[in-house]
Design a protein around this ligand. Sequence first.
Ligand SMILES: [Zn+2]
Ligand SMILES: [Zn+2]
Length: 75
Amino acid sequence: MSSEERKEETRYAPETCAHCDGEGCCYCDKTGKVLVAQPSRKCRHCDGDGCIYCGFTGWAGLFTRCSGSDGILPP
Ligand SMILES: [Zn+2]
Ligand SMILES: [Zn+2]
């Protein structure tokens, strides 16, 4: 009997949303923070400014509940 195999889980940590700079907006669910895969990296498309690829949060590897996408959040 084999024990449950554990896949390597991506760890996420809250980072400040670049769109609102922590103030809270629709992209960070009004929290000012977004969960980002660690080690956190700025979005290479916008260098942290926020673009469609990073869901306007400025971060790469964004956590999303509706996984399967590239982490792009609906506008
Ligand atoms: Zn925000
Ligand atoms: Zn970006």
